[in-house]
Write a protein that binds this ligand. Structure first.
Ligand code: HEM
Length: 448
């Protein structure tokens, strides 16, 4: 079987930085040119390899479906960028312990982590989330332009840093700075620890952030401070064979959770506001649904069913998935759709392409929450949180956070969006707005 078609070596040299800075155009353009399987080139820990782009719902199932779990490795997909900064021993990369079998290590780690995300803990997490949000929203000035994207970043960082490892509010600006340095290094082109390079700064920032988290863990272990619920769960987690998470592993997992759970949520929440600003009818309908709620119960973390808000979130996930594409490594030679994929090649699926695929969604660019209103999406057609046998472990946590934020924002305020300073975006690797997302607020008299 031939190799999939794709750009020439020279075109690929120009493509790699484009994909890092904004993958959306290249994914759509190259799929239009070559079809639903094409290949580019990428630098991996084993040198320059093919990166095979598998687009469309059948290909999504081919990558994510449980029947094919042994064909692809997360470790081979992400270790190049993640291992140097998060360590090897994290859930994301845990399919590389041959003695347990590729999926065995993942299942073992998953079992230790999953209780911390249990619905039983909602009663602790949700009020804490809502209170953090209230602190920021109450401070926002009225009647003048406010950068809502910036507020969202502060809130989402505060939520994960406080709920996951009990960060102190006064430490947050410094922690956020270190965290952003890590992101810039992770997705820079040259992964060498040479002073002046983003990767060097990222390594230093990782060390400082890890020291801070280690400090918190020591306080909790010694009983000098009360552990936040999430970390208390991880500290007491014990596998069937008595396995526990040691401090080093805990720090790595917490850093990875911070990485997986902060920028992603901030990106998607900002996109929700963007979508509402462009679709006044949707905004009206959402306000109508939320008008039956009262702020006091939202502040105590209780939200009645909000099917329209949930549909707005799904529609945002479809059109603006924070992660444009996701990676795997091929574990053996494969034949897919008439082409050969060689062992060691990178393979990607794309939530972004999938959400805009006209074969799946009629009039795909129209923002229409009714597509998902009290309806389940077709399997492998909505992948903003991944899917198949290894979906996002934090999806429920993130969905609650977004529901509580949107409900609280709209119950408190009437929002007049704009004027925007620009529509420029950057990828870190999730999509973020370079010049913020602006709006002016006035008190929502109906709700207060
Ligand atoms: C809007 C917010 C979020 C989005 C869009 C998102 C998206 C994703 C996606 C697409 C994947 C799968 C990647 C792949 O297939 O390669 C994933 C996995 C993962 N996510 Fe999320 N995520 C979000 C929030 C969170 C939060 C809040 C946490 C933790 C606190 C989290 C932790 C993880 C972890 C640990 C994995 C790896 C799961 C595994 O290996 O089994 N995510 N996420």
């Amino acid at each position: 079987m031939p190799l999939a078609p794709g750009p020439t070596e020279f075109q690929n040299m120009l493509l790699a930085p484009k994909i890092l800075s904004d993958p959306r155009g290249p994914i759509l353009d190259l799929t239009a040119r070559y079809g639903r399987i094409w290949r580019s080139r990428t630098l991996t820990q084993r040198g320059l390899r093919d990166m095979v782009w598998l687009l469309g719902v059948e290909h999504n199932e081919r990558i994510l479906g449980p029947a094919h779990r042994d064909d692809f490795s997360w470790y081979e997909g992400y270790s190049f960028s993640m291992e140097p900064l998060f360590g090897r021993d994290i859930l994301f990369l845990s399919d590389d312990q041959p003695e347990l079998g590729r999926e065995g290590a993942h299942r073992r780690r998953h079992r230790l982590l999953i209780p911390a995300f249990s619905t039983k803990l909602d009663g602790q997490y949700l009020p804490a989330m809502a209170q953090i949000m209230a602190r920021y929203l109450e401070e926002l000035p009225l009647g003048q332009p406010v950068d809502l994207a910036q507020t969202i970043k502060q809130v989402t960082f505060h939520v994960v840093a406080q709920l996951l490892f009990g960060a102190e509010p006064e430490a947050l600006p410094q922690l956020l700075h270190w965290f952003e340095q890590i992101g810039l290094g992770l997705f820079s082109l040259v992964h060498l620890r040479i002073p002046g390079l983003p990767f060097y700064r990222a390594s230093r920032a990782r060390k400082m952030l890890a020291q801070y988290i280690e400090g918190r863990i020591s306080l909790y272990r010694s009983g000098q401070a009360e552990s936040p619920t999430f970390l208390a769960q991880l500290l007491s987690a014990e596998g069937e064979d008595g396995e526990r998470l040691n401090s080093e592993t805990l720090v790595s997992e917490l850093l990875a959770f911070l990485f997986a759970g902060y920028d992603t949520t901030a990106s998607m929440l900002t996109s929700v506001l963007l979508a509402l600003s462009e679709n006044p009818v949707v905004m009206l309908q959402l306000r109508e649904e939320l008008s039956s709620l009262d702020l006091a119960s939202v502040l105590s973390g209780q939200l009645a069913d909000t099917p329209y808000l949930d549909a707005v979130l799904s529609e945002t996930e479809r059109l603006y998935p924070p992660l444009t594409f996701a990676l795997r490594g091929a574990m053996r030679d494969l034949e897919i759709s008439g082409y050969t994929i060689r062992r060691g090649d990178r393979v990607t699926y794309s939530p972004y392409f999938t959400g805009r695929d006209p074969e799946l969604f009629a009039d795909p660019l129209r923002f229409d929450p009714l597509r998902f209103y009290q309806k389940k999406p077709r399997p492998y057609s909505l992948l903003g949180f991944g899917g198949g046998h290894r979906p996002c472990i934090g999806k429920r946590f993130a969905l609650w956070e977004m529901r509580l934020f949107v409900a609280q924002l709209l119950l408190r305020f009437d929002v007049k969006f704009g004027p925007q300073r620009s529509d420029a975006v950057y990828f870190n690797p999730t999509m973020q707005r370079r010049d913020g997302f602006w709006g002016s607020l006035s008190l929502n008299r109906a709700a207060t």
